[in-house]
Design a binder for this molecule. Structure first.
Ligand SMILES: *Cc1c(COP(=O)(O)O)cnc(C)c1O
Length: 436
């Protein structure tokens, strides 16, 4: 009776696959899995449970996932140079919640990045932090809007006694002042948490700040923005055993029970890709973002933070008020096969949230498909043609994008190593992915 509905869902999925590989994907929080990471999904692990830790599970039948999870943890520790990692949160928000639930008690003062200042909803009243306390104050910004004013932060903190500072943003152009504030936090017993959701891949690639080394107490993150996927969360730290045990409980049973073994396996493959190619990848991302910022600026766009080289991350931000604002521009670009999101810019009132002045652009996904500085110039011209000259560029975008279909910085093209195991998991090819 419902079979035709199943067919429809298969069709829609096929449509999505065919459509998105022909668009310029400039959403700053997304990335693509390599074929080998994607192809490993849909295995028997998609059916299984493994609560607890490797070797200390509540269910039988977990020997194989235990080996995979143990390898993943070991290699993440070496990649991020830290003693502890929790790989069980199934998203960045759940990583945050696991940590916040431990450190934030009713009435505690917490200092975060405001929404216009780039902060994430999980740091705010409506999100995870808001579940634990109502006393949320914002980091003061410098006049350019994209940096924290350190001297003012110290004044505020002395006056208001925050228990926790949460750094890291969703509109995230420049490193956070971890080094500058770490000693102050230590002296005043403030827990300094760094949310690396957006920049985890840049940190892994050693092209951004190293928050743990600079003194952040704990780092959380999503594994699918600048990191290579799959969609999950991490908690990383060098805290003492006692604190770590409490964070561990925040992850399980606090914010999850089973931790979705199917995507854990894909994350493990993505982690090896990051270890092998991360530095080269992150370097190219930042070069691309800077180039795109400069070219758009040269073409007359109001690219943010021009005095600071536009960005040191995978993102740039544009004020597009003169073209109708963020909502209109983002929709118009979508009709031309360029996908990105509208964004509040620093100092904008929150009521602007449905039509903010800005758009946010992330270059990480297109970088993964092999685009470099030259391609960034092409993208800048496409923006101009579309937004300034009012031309339809959809077909041009499609044609351009069709030349960049192969996922780089992966082992997809590398001859598989000899293995004594016969792999029972079907390995997908690019074709099969389009055809579902
Ligand atoms: C995206 C993001 C998150 C949450 O990530 P999910 O994996 O989507 O839950 C947390 N913090 C920041 C700063 C983010 O940008």
């Amino acid at each position: 009776m419902y079979e035709n509905n199943v067919t429809r869902i298969e069709e829609l999925t096929k449509q999505q696959n065919a459509w998105r590989i022909n668009t310029l994907n400039l959403i700053a929080s997304e990335n693509v899995l390599s074929l080998r990471a994607r192809g490993i999904m849909g295995s028997d692990f998609a059916h299984r449970y493994a609560e607890g830790h490797p070797g200390e599970r509540y269910y039988q039948g977990t020997d194989i996932i235990d080996e995979i999870e143990t390898r993943l943890k070991k290699h993440l520790k070496s990649l991020f140079h830290c003693r502890q990692v929790d790989v069980r949160p199934i998203s960045g928000t759940m990583s945050n919640d696991a940590v916040f639930s431990l450190y934030i008690k009713p009435g505690d003062v917490v200092m975060v990045n405001s929404t216009p200042g780039g902060g994430h909803i999980s740091h705010h009243k409506a999100g995870s932090v808001g579940k634990y306390t109502a006393n949320i104050i914002n980091f003061p910004l410098t006049a350019d809007g994209y940096h924290t004013d350190v001297a003012h932060t110290i004044d505020y903190a002395k006056a208001l006694n925050p228990k926790v500072m949460i750094m890291g943003k969703s509109l995230f152009l420049f490193p956070e002042p971890v080094k500058e504030l770490a000693d102050f936090c230590k002296e005043h017993g403030i827990v300094l948490i760094y949310d690396a959701a957006h920049v985890l891949g840049l940190i892994a690639g050693r092209q951004f700040q190293d928050p743990i080394k600079e003194g952040a107490f704990i780092m959380t993150g999503s594994t699918h923005k600048t990191f290579f996927g799959s969609q999950r969360g991490l908690i990383l730290s060098n805290v003492g055993e006692k604190d770590w045990r409490a964070i561990d409980k925040g992850a399980f049973p606090g914010s999850s029970s089973n931790h979705h073994l199917d995507t854990l396996v894909a994350l493990t493959i993505a982690t090896y890709e990051m270890m092998e190619f991360g530095q080269e990848y992150a370097r190219q991302i930042i070069a691309n973002a800077k180039t795109l910022g400069q070219k758009l600026y040269d073409l007359g766009f109001n690219v943010q933070a021009p005095d600071f080289g536009f960005t040191e991350s995978h993102q740039i931000a544009l004020d597009v008020t003169q073209y109708g604002g963020g909502d209109e521009v983002a929709r118009h670009l979508k009709d031309n096969h360029i996908i990105l999101n509208m964004n509040l810019l620093p100092f904008e009132p929150l009521v602007n949230v449905t039509n903010p002045a800005g758009i946010r652009i992330g270059v990480q996904e297109m970088t993964r498909f092999g685009m470099k500085e030259t391609e960034m110039e092409t993208i800048a011209f496409l923006f101009k043609k579309c937004l300034v000259d009012g031309k339809h560029v959809g077909d041009e975008v499609k044609e351009f994008r069709q030349q960049y279909q192969k996922i780089q910085y992966s082992f997809d093209d590398v001859e598989r190593s000899e293995s004594k195991y016969q792999d029972p998991v079907p390995i997908l090819t690019a074709d099969m992915l389009v055809d579902v």
